[in-house]
Design a protein around this ligand. Structure first.
Ligand code: NCD
Length: 353
């Protein structure tokens, strides 16, 4: 791994950073996972197929035992310095299904950071004891700094970004792709709507980046005026020749699209900026009502990264309709994360086809 100063590294565009994040000498093989842009079509297809193999193997006791025999001498550290339910649970269980030992930190104020230790030094210390770091942090650059620190350290171990500020959530995007593929059979040529807080939702950002890997996809962004998708994403889509439209009413797009990806309004950022929680009222134009489901295509899906608040009619939670996939989507997260970890540690070849 080529060395570079932190300042010089920060001066690089995302595309130029990727060689520092990949496995040595491999062009499209992530080692650290920080950005959705690191994944190409081949890798996405292979990870989805591997996730299928893992879930199939896990159905039988012998298969589950085989999975647990893959990484018994490895330990994963899950640092979640920001609230998390699904990402934490699914990483934790994915690691255990591969036989890894797990260690969790859910509050950095209980570590020596509280004594003034730098994040770099804390990460370096953690890395003395473990073989994989998964990190969620409110600051955009924290997982990046951890990966950089690992590249400079003698024990170079992978860092997976479990959500960084308002920027990216690459492993969520992997499970979203896996879910789209399982629900629609293919993603090429599909129309995908993303609804809600598109400005601060990191999941829609990462998923938008992954769309570069699919042919003739069309994105429909539906958001309140003040929460529209970032200009950087729009510039990226234009450069990649991906068609997108922006609007402010979900109703019109319901019958047209193949997938609707709902998101919640992230009021906590308003609260941090001084607004009261009561300011975050739900606008009916961004709520998925029960009757919309009947207007969706017969083969389509309603997704949500979760947590949801009141942007989906709760009656849909209990409906047995194959289009309502958000609960299955979260379980998909465990299998695709197991696939990613198996791939990074090079044990995927031992998982039966
Ligand atoms: C999302 C996140 O944390 O970015 N949740 C998740 O990981 N599934 C979405 C959110 O918080 O709204």
């Amino acid at each position: 791994m080529k060395r570079i100063s932190w300042e010089a590294y920060l001066g690089l565009q995302v595309g130029e950073r990727i060689p520092y994040l990949n496995k040595d000498g491999a062009e499209n093989e992530p080692f650290h996972v920080l950005y959705a842009q690191q994944f190409d079509r081949k890798m996405l297809d292979e990870l989805c197929a591997l996730a299928d193999r893992i879930r199939k193997a896990h159905k039988a006791p012998e298969g589950a035992a085989l999975l647990r025999s893959l990484l018994p001498n490895k330990t994963a550290l899950n640092i979640f310095a920001q609230p998390s339910t699904r990402t934490f649970m699914s990483f934790h269980l994915a690691e255990q299904k591969l036989g890894m030992q797990t260690s969790d930190i859910r509050d950095l104020s209980t570590s020596s950071q509280a004594k003034g230790e730098t994040l770099q030094n804390s990460i370096r210390t953690f890395s003395s004891y473990v073989d994989l770091i998964v990190m969620r942090h409110p600051d955009q650059g924290a997982a990046e700094l951890a990966a950089y620190e690992m590249n400079m350290a003698d024990r170079r171990l992978p860092v997976l970004n479990g959500g960084s500020g308002q920027d990216q959530h690459p492993t969520q995007a992997l499970l979203d792709i896996y879910t789209l593929q399982r629900s629609l059979d293919e993603i090429d040529g599909k129309k995908i709507a993303m609804v809600g807080d598109l400005m601060r939702g990191r999941t829609v950002r990462s998923l938008s980046y992954l769309m570069k890997n699919y042919r003739d996809v069309e994105i429909y962004y539906v958001a309140p005026e003040r929460l529209r998708i970032g200009d950087d994403i729009k510039a990226f889509l234009k450069k990649q020749h991906i068609r997108y439209t922006e609007s402010d009413n979900i109703e019109a797009i319901v019958p047209i699209v193949d997938a609707i990806y709902m998101t919640r309004i992230q009021w906590e950022w308003d609260k941090a900026a001084g607004a009261k929680a009561g300011d975050a009222k739900y606008d009916p134009r961004f709520v998925f009502r029960k009757e919309y489901l009947q207007r969706m295509k017969r083969k389509s899906c309603l997704m949500h990264p979760l947590p949801k608040i009141n942007e989906i009619d709760p009656e849909l939670d209990y409906l047995e309709d194959p289009r309502v996939v958000y609960w299955r989507q979260e379980r998909n997260g465990m299998w695709i994360r197991a696939a990613l970890i198996a791939r990074i540690f090079g044990v995927d070849g031992q998982i039966p086809a």
